[in-house]
Design a protein around this ligand. Structure first.
Ligand code: DGI
Length: 141
C-alpha cells in the first residue's frame, strides 16, 4: 500500500522500482479508508503507543492498495520496501530513498504470507483479477 504521504507526494510511480519486475500486480485501487477500517488493518498494533497517530495518518488521505504475486513475494517485497524505520533503510529501498520519519514511511507491505492473506481479504473482498504475465517465462525457469 502506498500510504497517504506517498500519494500526496506523487510517489506512486516512483514506488515501482525495476526490482519489482519479477512480480505481477493482481489488484490495484486508490481508496480512502475510515478509522474502523484502518484500525482493523493495524489491529496487531492496537496496544502500541503510536497506534492512534498511525490510524490518523492512514486515514488522512487516499492510499493506493495493491496485491503483488511472485516467487518469495513477501520477502522480496519487504526487501524492496526497506526497514520500518527509514533511518535504518538501505539506499535503493523505497523507504531508504523517499522517507525520513518512521511515522511517514510512504509504503506498507505485508510482513508474512498469513498477514498478506488477511490483508488481501480486507482490502480486496472482490478478489484478484485472473491473468498471467507474458514476461514470466523469461524470468522464471
Ligand atoms: O511492517 P512495517 O510497516 O515495516 O512495521 P510495523 O508493522 O511494525 O508497523 C506498522 C507501521 O507503524 C510502520 O510502518 C510505521 C509505524 N510505526 C512502527 N513503529 C513505530 C511506528 N510509528 C511511530 N511513530 N513510532 C514507532 O516506534
Amino acid at each position: 500500500m502506498i500510504k497517504p504521504d506517498g500519494v500526496q507526494r506523487g510517489l506512486v510511480s516512483d514506488s515501482r522500482p525495476q526490482s519489482l519486475e519479477p512480480l505481477s500486480i493482481f489488484c490495484l485501487k486508490l481508496i480512502s479508508v475510515d478509522r474502523s477500517f484502518a484500525e482493523r488493518h493495524y489491529s496487531d498494533l492496537s496496544a502500541k503507543p503510536f497506534f492512534s497517530g498511525l490510524v490518523d495518518y492512514i486515514i488522512s488521505g487516499p492510499v493506493v492498495a495493491m496485491v503483488w504475486e511472485g516467487k518469495n513475494v513477501v520477502t522480496t517485497g519487504r526487501k524492496i520496501i526497506g526497514a520500518t524505520n527509514p533511518a535504518e533503510s538501505a539506499p535503493g529501498t523505497i523507504r531508504g530513498d523517499f522517507a525520513i520519519d518512521i511515522g511517514r514511511n510512504v509504503i506498507h507491505g505485508s510482513d508474512s504470507v498469513e498477514s498478506g492473506r488477511k490483508e488481501i481479504a480486507l482490502w480486496f473482498p472482490e478478489g484478484p483479477v485472473a491473468w498471467s504475465s507474458s514476461v514470466h517465462p523469461w524470468i522464471y525457469e
